[in-house]
Design a protein around this ligand. Sequence first.
Ligand SMILES: [Zn+2]
Length: 293
Amino acid sequence: MKKTLLFFSLFFILSCSSSEDEDEVTPTTPTEFKFEYNIHSSLPSDWVTEFNKIMKNLDILIKVKPTAYFYKLPIYAWNDNVDKPYKDKIGDASGASISGNGASVNGKYMVLEIPNNELIGKHWHRFSVIAHEYYHVYQMSLSKNFFDGNIELKWMSEGGAATFESLYIQQHYSHNYFKSAQDRVDIAAINTPSIFETYSASSSKDSNYASSVFMFLVLVKELQKSGLTETQAFKLVLKDFWIKNPTDGNWKVKFQETFSISVDQFYNSLKSYTADIKTVLPDENLKLESIYN
Ligand SMILES: [Zn+2]
């Protein structure tokens, strides 16, 4: 009887100490990235159906790999004809973005406030915005510095996300969103391209990111001139550059390493283009799968 008691107390002590050891080691990264859906009833069911389809397609195309710093993300989606139904969770957040505390894995969330007039008018943006924000999530999983907010570089970041959304719409709905919604390219994209490195310097000249998309597509054309195929060029600009984990301080070095062109050379090359999105459009038959496989 005594022996049994002793055995059990010993076992208890051992098991306690072993679980304390586990607490001390870094928690292991989950094997799957987890999106948590909060889809409000104010959204029409056909939008919700399409949202689920797009998320599934993107999960197959560019599966977000979990990392120690980023392995889950709540999504809050609602129709803007109701007053911020997730106020208790995300405060006054509105529009569409990946928001929240940069340093904390629990702090970030995706905001998809869908304008009711886009739903009524069947505007492509009601779907393309999902692909746009998903791309930013993918980008954060590739680059911790982007996740932490250590790089702004708007024309590459927003130009990439906005290009990705147009490629998605073109492939899945046979509609050229570059031409219909990203055509208001400002001449500044050619004359003073460096202003598009920050949001504050270029906000008045980048309607729906048209100028950033233009610069991004010119970079793809320049890479093709250097001998790459279109899909190889897109892989470099949409993926490989971010894997190099650039910062505001070193992105010009990473740019040269990735593209074998200096930023100055690239900015100069813009002068040989006209500020017209129609002159730099990607192949309409381009498949995103061919970029990422
Ligand atoms: Zn964006």
